[in-house]
Design a protein around this ligand. Structure first.
Ligand SMILES: CC(C)(COP(=O)(O)OP(=O)(O)OC[C@H]1O[C@@H](n2cnc3c(N)ncnc32)[C@H](O)[C@@H]1OP(=O)(O)O)[C@@H](O)C(=O)NCCC(=O)NCCS
Length: 105
């Protein structure tokens, strides 16, 4: 985790009453693409706008007027959250996505 944080392009936390309650990090080439990773909000404070603020901060940091795409991998349960933020499932824009993970062949 330390290496992942050190090498992230941006790593943001949300702080409430001196406690870290939310987190997001990004990887980017600074010109064309950004990958948004690990957006997490503490369960006790979900649905209070913290996830929206974290995601808005990173989406705005890589403006679509300059970047070609902003991309992330989402849990199916969280699809509504990303749609609300103006993001589209890959299949709806005539594209697909591929992944290789340690847990699949
Ligand atoms: C997904 C997550 C980051 C959202 O953060 P949050 O602070 O709870 O989100 P917000 O309060 O800003 O939510 C804004 C809106 O997004 C939608 N939304 C939020 N979480 C959602 C979810 N899990 N599923 C569907 N819609 C969701 C709702 O419409 C919500 O508005 P509402 O509360 O008025 O209905 C947070 O629920 C989380 O950390 N979940 C567990 C980890 C996770 O799934 N991370 C994403 C991995 S892809």
């Amino acid at each position: 985790m330390r290496v992942a944080l050190d090498r992230a392009d941006r790593a943001l936390v949300a702080v409430l009453d001196d406690q870290v309650v939310g987190f997001v990090r990004t990887m980017s080439d600074g010109a064309f693409a950004v990958y948004i990773a690990d957006i997490l909000v503490l369960p006790e404070v979900q649905r209070q706008g913290i996830g929206t603020s974290l995601l808005r901060a990173v989406l705005d940091h890589y403006p679509m007027g300059q970047f070609h795409h902003q991309v992330l991998i989402a849990e199916r349960d969280a699809e509504g959250f990303y749609r609300r933020m103006g993001m589209s499932a890959v299949g709806t824009v005539g594209l697909t996505a591929f992944i290789r993970t340690r847990n699949t062949t």
